[in-house]
Design a protein. Structure first.
Length: 115
């Protein structure tokens, strides 16, 4: 099982980034997918969730209206489109796959929002 995140980097406040997570080694369409983030010195928190077939999405209050999660079950990818980025969005972002007690994580991609 592999989850490989990409797309992180340095961006100015108000800017946009698109994170992508490529999955392999499991039946991607059977798993709900999420993006989490962990800021320095803080716990890992849920940012966005999407159900296995994409019909249900949920977002942390802090990112509602700014972030959009999407998935492509043909390409085995899940994306996080982030707009209007704030300094407080700075964190390492992790991709997560979950189903019936099975729980997989990527290695993370760092997002830094700074002037």
């Amino acid at each position: 099982v592999q989850l490989v995140e990409s797309g992180g980097g340095l961006v100015q406040p108000g800017g946009s980034l698109r994170l992508s997570c490529a999955a392999s080694g499991f039946t991607f369409s059977n798993y709900a997918m999420s993006w989490y983030r962990q800021a320095p010195g803080k716990e890992r928190d849920l940012v966005a969730f999407i159900s296995s077939v994409g019909g249900i999405t949920n977002y942390a209050d802090s990112v509602k209206g700014r972030f959009t999660i999407s998935r492509d079950n043909d390409k085995n990818t899940v994306d996080l489109h982030m707009d209007s980025l704030k300094v407080e969005d700075t964190a390492v972002y992790y991709c997560n796959a979950v189903r019936l007690g099975e729980d997989y994580w990527g290695q993370g991609t760092r997002v830094t929002v700074s002037t």
